[in-house]
Structure formats: C-alpha cells, structure tokens
Write a protein that binds this ligand. Structure first.
Ligand code: DP6
Length: 393
C-alpha cells in the first residue's frame, strides 16, 4: 500500500447577502423558501484557507478529522457528513469508471482550515468555511464539477455557503424540485463588472450569542404571518429589481433594495413569536448614520445591511469614500477601533456630522472596522496547512 499523501488547498470568500436567505422548506436537504442574492467580499480581507488530504497510510481507525483555527472540530454533524458523503460518492464513481485511479474515496480525510479574520468578529464564517471545505475536497478528488454543481453540495453544509463558490454578484436560485437538484448558485456578474463597489463592515460586539440562523429561521417560518408575504411577493420583486440594478450598475436602486430587504428580513424576525432581535442600539445607530449621510449627500451614497447579528455591512462606491468612510472615521476617531487602512483614510475630511446620540452609540459599540471590496470566488493555492507527511504544517 502506498504511503503517498494526496493534498489540495483552496481559499474561499465570505459573502454578504443583499436579498436575504431566511427560511427553509426542507431542513434536511437545506432547501430555502426563497431565492437570495449576495456580494462576495474580497479575500484579501476575509477568507478561509483549507487543505484537504488523504492517504492509504492514515489509519482507518482515525476516521475523518478537521482542525479549525488550530482546534479539533466536530464533523459528526449531519450537515458536514452530507457534504463528505456527496463528495466521496462522486469520487467513487470516477474510480469505478477508471480502475487506474487511486481509491482516494476509501481513505480517511484530514482537513485543516484557518480564517484570516478573528472568529470573534461574528462574521458569517460558516459560508466561507463550507465553501472552502467542499472546493478543497473536490480538488483533492479531481472531480470534474462546476462551481454550480459544487454549490449543491455546499448548500447542504450551510445555505449561504453555496453562494461562496463564486466571486462577484451571486444568486442562489431556490428551485422547486423536492430532491433539491435545482437549488443552486450562479453568478449574476463578475467582481470586475462594478469596480467602484466597496464595503465597510462595522464590527459590533454582541452582549451574548443570539439565536443561530438555522433555528431562528425555522421559528420564523413556523410563526410569522409577515414572513408569508415576504416570500410570496417581497423577495421575488427584490430579486428582479436587484438583478437589473447590478446589470445597470444603478447604485441608488441597489442601495434601496439592499436596505429594504434587510429591514424586511429583520421585520419578520420581530414578527416571529416569541420575537427574535439581531440588531441592537449600535446597529440602529448605524442605520441612522447611513440615513444622515444619504440625506446630507443629497443622494443615496451608502446602503446598510445586517445578517443574524448586530454587525453593519455598508456598501458604497469608491467615489463616495469621503462622505461614507470619512464620516464614520471621524466619528470613531479617538475610540479604540482597529482596522482602518491608513492609505485609504488619509486626507478624508469630516464633511458630514452626525447626531450626538448616534455618534455616542457608535463610539462605544463599534470595536473594529473592515474596509474591503468585492472579490473573486475560491482560489486554488500552493499554500498547504498539511505537510507532505500528512501532519498539520
Ligand atoms: C441572515 O446560511 O447561516 O445570513 O443554512 O442554516 O446554515 P443555514 O443558515 P445560514 O443563514 C444565513 C442567513 C443570513 C442571510 C443570508 O446570508 O442570506
């Protein structure tokens, strides 16, 4: 038996939805109640790096394992198991068709994964994590699968992960088949289509861990009347307007739908019984700040959106950096906020002033910022987190 250790590494990005996925019609297959659309953020600032390896020399008794940010991670959960099973089945089919192929599908998998951002930031790391896991194993197994085909697998790990298989602007089409074979992601536009698009993340620390998205959305589906309206009319309309806004690089429309859809999603959370609150006073101050910035700029220059937590993601165009980033930078100056990119904030003047209450809340509640842009999908890399002998590097 050969001792050869097979390895493959990839990076995968975080994505932040502008039309939100919230609701499952099938929890086992992870099928959504509505389509959604997201922007892939640059991996220079936010990414997961994953190395997948396997070898006949790895003891069978060891089973599959994952080391995440240096800690052993439990992969026995149904969702991770579904991803591993699907990938192995596809590899096994290749091996059955060509007997010269090494039987990688029968070897234990060793996976090592690292984020380049603090997990404590509460950013959706599961999307980048599952996308990287699926892409790395698909590379290891040399599967001839397209990103859309892989999105079918990543979806079963975490819904939003299916959108992290692509860069730029990405739609997850809900599909209508019961077996989920048409519930997958596709690219709406490349990152380079709209080079001016930027994102500023305000990291807001949560007092305690909120309701997880998985259980929160199940409660919403079961109890909210408003939610039925959201999936029947609000989201289909938002998807259509958003796709057109992106195609036409119409920031005003893009921003309006982004903000309305975030508000609609959080309204269905408030309409859940008992209600779920993800935003806090600092999040609401960020909304007020964006409204003031847009009002004083005389047009829509910024758009806020919030996921299942208090962090604000603010989309803007590079030409409006002074109005958007300049305002937040000057308000947060003096507070202990890390993450500013000195080259980008240099010379920004405080042209817009915010209400004292709003400024005070932001100063006490924002712990760091992430200045980033739109980026590419997963990238194959020669950087390995597992050495040639199969031990963590
Ligand atoms: C609010 O993808 O984390 O971020 O499928 O249960 O893993 P699971 O849920 P997850 O939900 C993300 C919800 C959201 C909106 C979005 O990303 O579209």
């Amino acid at each position: 038996m050969s001792d050869k250790v097979y390895r493959a590494s990839t990076t995968a990005p975080v994505n932040i939805a502008v039309v939100k996925y919230w609701g499952k019609r099938d929890a086992k297959l992870n099928l959504p109640t509505n389509s959604s659309l997201s922007v892939t953020l640059s991996q220079a600032d936010l990414r997961t790096l994953t190395t997948a390896s396997c070898s006949a020399s790895f003891p069978a008794s060891e089973g599959d394992s994952l080391l995440l940010n240096g800690e052993p991670s439990d992969i026995s959960g149904a969702r991770t198991q579904a991803c591993l099973r699907e990938l192995r089945t596809r590899r096994a089919a290749l091996e059955a068709a060509d007997s010269s192929l090494p039987k990688l599908s029968t070897y234990p998998l060793r996976l090592v994964s690292e984020n380049n951002f603090p997990t404590a930031a509460g950013l959706a790391s599961s999307a980048a994590g599952f996308a990287a896991l699926v892409r790395a194993i698909a590379n290891l197994y040399e599967l001839p699968a397209s990103p859309s085909e892989l999105s079918l697998i990543a979806r079963q790990g975490s819904g939003s992960a299916c959108r992290s298989l692509f860069g730029g602007y990405v739609a997850w089409r809900m599909g209508d088949k019961a077996d989920g074979t048409d519930s997958m992601a596709d690219q709406v536009a490349e990152a380079s289509h709209w080079p001016d698009m930027r994102a500023l993340v305000l990291v807001v620390s949560a007092a305690k861990k909120g309701v997880s998205s998985s259980s929160g959305m199940q409660q919403t589906v079961a109890t909210s009347g408003l939610f039925r309206e959201r999936i029947a009319t609000v989201v289909p309309e938002n998807m259509a307007i958003m796709e057109k806004a992106i195609a036409e690089k119409d920031f005003e429309k893009f921003a309006e739908v982004t903000m309305r859809d975030s508000n609609s999603f959080h309204a269905t959370c408030a309409d859940t019984y008992p209600p779920i609150f993800y935003m806090n006073d600092v999040s609401r101050a960020a909304i007020r700040a964006v409204e003031t910035i847009n009002e004083k700029a005389g047009r829509t220059v910024a758009a806020y959106t919030f996921d299942a937590g208090p962090n604000a993601v603010i989309y803007y165009q590079e030409k409006d950096t002074e109005a958007v980033v300049g305002t937040f930078y000057h308000v947060l100056q003096g507070a202990d906020v890390g993450g500013w990119k000195s080259a980008e904030i240099k010379g920004l003047k405080p042209t817009i002033s915010l209400d004292e209450n709003v400024a005070g809340l932001l100063k006490t509640g924002v712990s760091r910022v992430i200045m980033t842009g739109v980026g590419e999908g997963p990238v194959k890399t020669d950087e390995y987190l597992i050495a040639e002998d199969g031990t963590p590097a």
